[in-house]
Design a protein around this ligand. Structure first.
Ligand SMILES: NC(=O)c1ccc[n+]([C@@H]2O[C@H](COP(=O)([O-])OP(=O)(O)OC[C@H]3O[C@@H](n4cnc5c(N)ncnc54)[C@H](OP(=O)(O)O)[C@@H]3O)[C@@H](O)[C@H]2O)c1
Length: 292
C-alpha cells in the first residue's frame, strides 16, 4: 500500500487527495497550514467526502513513498519544511505546480532524480476551507520515466487521467504560454471573453510569441502555432472563466507572477531574447501587488 503525503489541501491538493483516497490501495495523508477535518469534493462524476490523515505540523510527518507538493509556488520554501519528516532516501516528490521550473524550485532540498515535475490540467477551486470543486475532467502530465509510471499507478481507480509523455518539456512550455497570456485577464480584470477583443488578443500574441521563443531556446519543440492554440482556448472557454492569477488579484492574494511571466523574462535574458511584453506584464502586476 503506497504511503502518500500531499502538502497543501487547496484547489489542486485537496482534489487530488480526495481522488487518491478513492483508491483503497493508497494510504493518504494531507499536510495542512490551516487545519481541516476532511475534504468534500464536488466533481463532474459526483460529490464525495474523503478522510485522509491530517497533519498540522511538520514534526508529525512520518516517512512516505510519495510526497505531492500542491502549494502555490511562492509557498514552496515553507512547503519544503515538511520534507525532513516525510522523506526517506527513496521517497519520490512530485511537484504539482504551474510553470517550467518544478525541479529547479526544489533542487536545493532534494536530489534532482527524486523530483518529478507534473503539469496540472485540472480546473478546480476551493469553494470552502474543506470543499473543492472540480469544474471539468482533470489530467496530470508526467515525464515518461520509471517515476512517472509509478506516479500514474497511484491514480488507478480514480477519475484523474495521468498522461505519461515523452516530450514533457514541450507540453510544460505550451501550458506556460497559456498561463502567461492569462496575465491580460489579471490586468484588465476581464475574464476569458477578453480574448475576443482584437487589441487584447494582439497583446496576448506578443506575450505568447516571446514565451515560444524562449521555450525553443530551452529545447522545447514549440512553434508559433501555439499563439492560435492559446487564443482560441481562451475564446472557446466560457466567457466568464477566471484564471488563478486574476482570481488571486481579485481576492488580494499573492499572484504567481514570477512562475507565469517572470520566468520568460529571466530565461529570455539568459538566451539574449528580448521579452518586452512579459517585462511590462511583470512590472505592472508587481506594482499592483505592491499596492496591496
Ligand atoms: N486551481 C487550479 O485550477 C489550477 C490549475 C492548474 C494548475 N494550478 C497550479 O497548482 C498549484 C496549486 O494551486 P491551487 O490553486 O491548488 O492553490 P490554493 O488553492 O491556493 O492551495 C494552496 C494550498 O497550499 C496550502 N499551503 C501553503 N503553504 C503551506 C504549508 N507550508 N504547508 C501546508 N500547506 C500549505 C494552502 O494552505 P491554506 O489552506 O492555509 O491557504 C492551500 O491549502 C499552483 O502552482 C497553481 O498555479 C492550479
Amino acid at each position: 500500500m503506497p504511503k502518500i503525503a500531499i502538502i497543501g489541501p487547496g484547489a489542486i491538493g485537496g482534489l487530488v487527495a480526495a481522488w487518491l483516497c478513492q483508491n483503497d490501495r493508497n494510504d493518504v495523508s494531507v499536510c495542512v497550514r490551516t487545519p481541516i477535518r476532511h475534504i468534500h469534493a464536488d466533481t463532474p462524476y459526483g460529490s464525495f467526502e474523503a478522510h485522509p490523515k491530517i497533519l498540522t505540523e511538520p514534526s508529525q510527518g512520518e516517512p512516505v513513498d510519495w510526497v505531492l507538493v500542491a502549494t502555490k509556488s511562492y509557498d514552496s520554501d515553507k512547503a519544503a519544511a515538511w520534507f525532513e519528516g516525510l522523506c526517506h532516501d527513496r521517497t519520490q516528490v512530485a511537484i504539482l505546480q504551474n510553470g517550467v521550473e518544478h525541479v529547479e524550485r526544489f533542487s536545493q532540498y532534494l536530489p534532482e532524480e527524486r523530483i518529478l515535475p507534473i503539469v496540472v490540467q485540472c480546473p478546480s477551486e476551493r469553494t470552502e476551507p474543506e470543499k473543492v470543486c472540480q469544474r471539468r475532467p482533470a489530467s496530470l502530465i508526467t515525464p515518461n520515466t520509471e517515476a512517472g509510471e509509478a506516479f500514474a499507478e497511484l491514480f488507478s481507480r480514480t477519475k484523474i487521467d495521468i498522461l505519461v509523455e515523452d516530450d514533457f518539456l514541450t507540453l510544460a512550455w505550451r501550458k506556460l504560454c497559456l498561463n502567461a497570456a492569462g496575465a491580460v485577464m489579471a490586468l484588465t480584470l476581464i475574464p476569458a471573453k477578453v480574448a475576443h477583443n482584437e487589441d487584447a488578443a494582439k497583446i496576448m500574441e506578443g506575450i505568447i510569441k516571446e514565451g515560444a521563443a524562449v521555450a525553443r531556446a530551452e529545447g522545447a519543440n514549440l512553434d508559433d502555432s501555439v499563439v492560435d492554440f492559446v487564443i482560441s482556448t481562451y475564446q472557446k472557454a466560457p466567457g466568464d472563466s477566471v484564471n488563478s492569477l486574476h482570481a488571486d488579484r481579485v481576492i488580494g492574494r499573492p499572484m504567481e507572477i514570477d512562475l507565469r511571466n517572470g520566468v520568460i523574462v529571466r530565461l529570455g535574458k539568459k538566451h539574449g531574447i528580448a521579452t518586452p511584453y512579459n517585462e511590462m506584464v511583470v512590472a505592472l502586476l508587481n506594482a499592483i501587488e505592491a499596492r496591496g
